[in-house]
Design a protein. Structure first.
Length: 442
């Protein structure tokens, strides 16, 4: 039990190691120039500490690696699917389980069935792939974040909540018949990884039930949300994370999940729901894109690893360490005089690049400029999200000394931040701009 002790230590032993990419400053400068100043395109081998994403970058456990060897690769009706289906059913309480190769594939299946012109989807905040899959059908995606989410310095504990008054207004404006479902993203990645409270989730569930609108969870980081509820919401301190997670799922009619986050796996996801008729339609659609419904674009070994990960992620000692590590990282960044979104969420520290680099106007992309500076200065890679630089911490992969180093890099940038130059776009960005943008210094 690590919760008794002041010293922060990992609730596991490290059994395998991977060397880091110690490229020189000159090598990183050349790589950044070749990547058109977009860190998404620099070679990973030149990155020292990679905080670009927490998706698919976790370290798997010995039991997960062992589970890979149990994979049944039968095309239809494999034993591994039965293991996977049982794990998802026990977690969510939903009978209909549809595997997919990752979360955005599950989104694509769901919205290809429910979307279309004239349809409207309401959420606390849509992640960019969710919005993309909705809008690709001709439907509209509307964010209804809590007002507190607009202020990075506001210490409100549940800035991932949905604005329930705005939810009621939006239903009245668009009509319940035109809203196939409402969405709660837990934790709310678009709102700086902030958690959703059980109180807010329950209120949203009641509003949706009143209007006969199904409520779905984007559950990529459900376990971290459950543990933040335990830490921050009255009445949940004595509950195990698994119990809180089951309550979260009980308030919705279905979910989709990228298992590359709180599934502790390198690939995979699923769609799970109560409605068998909707599930049957989704299975018909998935055959065109993902494969037969008992493998869904995944190998049997991947199904086994996810099934194990869904159990391990709800270990309270693991979650206590995970959240304390993010808090530790936040403390070091504050000590380095780096403005961050408060309070820290469950998977990342979000740097307020606009406040950190006030000499760079928003049109000169301060977050992308800061991403370049972090990579150039110390080999640290993060992802620009609007005016924020997200430093997402992979699960079980880095220790606190790695994150202390990241804070040191930002302290060095802070000492000479006036030298950081803004960026401008070159040519037209294809698809999702942050991924494919070509940039150059102003």
């Amino acid at each position: 039990m690590i919760r008794r002790w002041k010293t922060l230590f990992e609730p596991y032993r490290i059994k395998a190691v991977e060397p880091l990419g110690f490229a020189s400053t000159a090598e990183r400068e050349r790589a950044l120039h070749a990547a058109a100043y977009n860190v998404f395109h620099v070679p990973a081998e030149t990155v020292l500490i990679d905080l670009l994403t927490d998706s698919g970058t976790s370290a798997m456990s010995g039991e997960q690696w062992a589970a890979l060897m149990r994979g049944d690769e039968a095309y239809a009706g494999s034993r591994s699917f039965e293991t996977f289906q049982k794990a998802v059913r026990e977690l969510t309480g939903y009978r209909e389980v549809i595997p997919a190769h990752q979360g955005r594939a599950a989104e694509h299946i769901l919205f290809s069935v429910l979307g279309g012109p004239g349809k409207v989807f309401l959420a606390n905040a849509h992640f960019e792939t969710t919005r993309g899959n909705i809008e690709a059908t001709g439907a509209k995606a509307i964010d209804l974040p809590a007002p507190e989410a607009a202020d990075p310095a506001n210490p409100s504990p549940f800035k991932g909540d949905i604005d329930t008054r705005a939810l009621e207004r939006a239903i009245g404006e668009h009509g319940a018949a035109n809203i196939p479902l409402a969405i709660m993203t837990v934790t709310n990645n678009t709102a700086a990884g902030q958690p959703v409270s059980m109180r807010n989730l329950r209120e949203a569930s009641e509003i949706c039930a009143k209007h006969k609108i199904p409520l779905f969870l984007d559950a990529a980081r459900f376990a971290e949300n459950a543990y933040l509820v335990k830490k921050r919401e009255t009445g949940y301190a004595a509950r195990a994370a698994a119990e809180t997670a089951r309550e979260m799922f009980s308030l919705a009619q279905g979910c989709w999940m990228s298992a590359k986050k709180d599934g502790l796996a390198h690939i995979g996801g699923f769609l799970a729901l109560k409605d068998k008729a909707l599930a049957d339609r989704a299975r018909e659609a998935m055959v065109l894109f993902e494969g037969f419904p008992t493998y869904g674009g995944l190998a049997g070994r991947d199904l086994e690893a996810i099934a194990r990960g869904l159990s391990e992620v709800l270990d309270d000692d693991y979650l206590e360490h995970r959240l304390r590590l993010i808090e530790f990282f936040s403390e070091r960044m504050r000590a380095a005089k780096v403005p961050i979104v408060e309070p820290p969420g469950g998977h990342a520290v979000f740097v307020d690049a606009k406040a950190f680099l006030p000499h760079i106007p928003p049109e000169q992309l301060p977050a992308s400029a800061l991403a370049g500076a972090a990579y150039r200065t110390g080999g640290v890679r993060g992802a620009a999200m609007g005016n924020f630089l997200r430093l997402a911490v992979p699960r079980r992969a880095y220790t606190q000394s790695h994150l202390e180093y990241v804070a040191e890099v930002f302290s060095e940038i802070a000492a000479q931040k006036d030298l950081v130059r803004g960026l401008k776009r070159v040519g037209e960005a294809k698809g999702m701009g942050v991924l494919f943008a070509r940039l150059e210094p102003v």
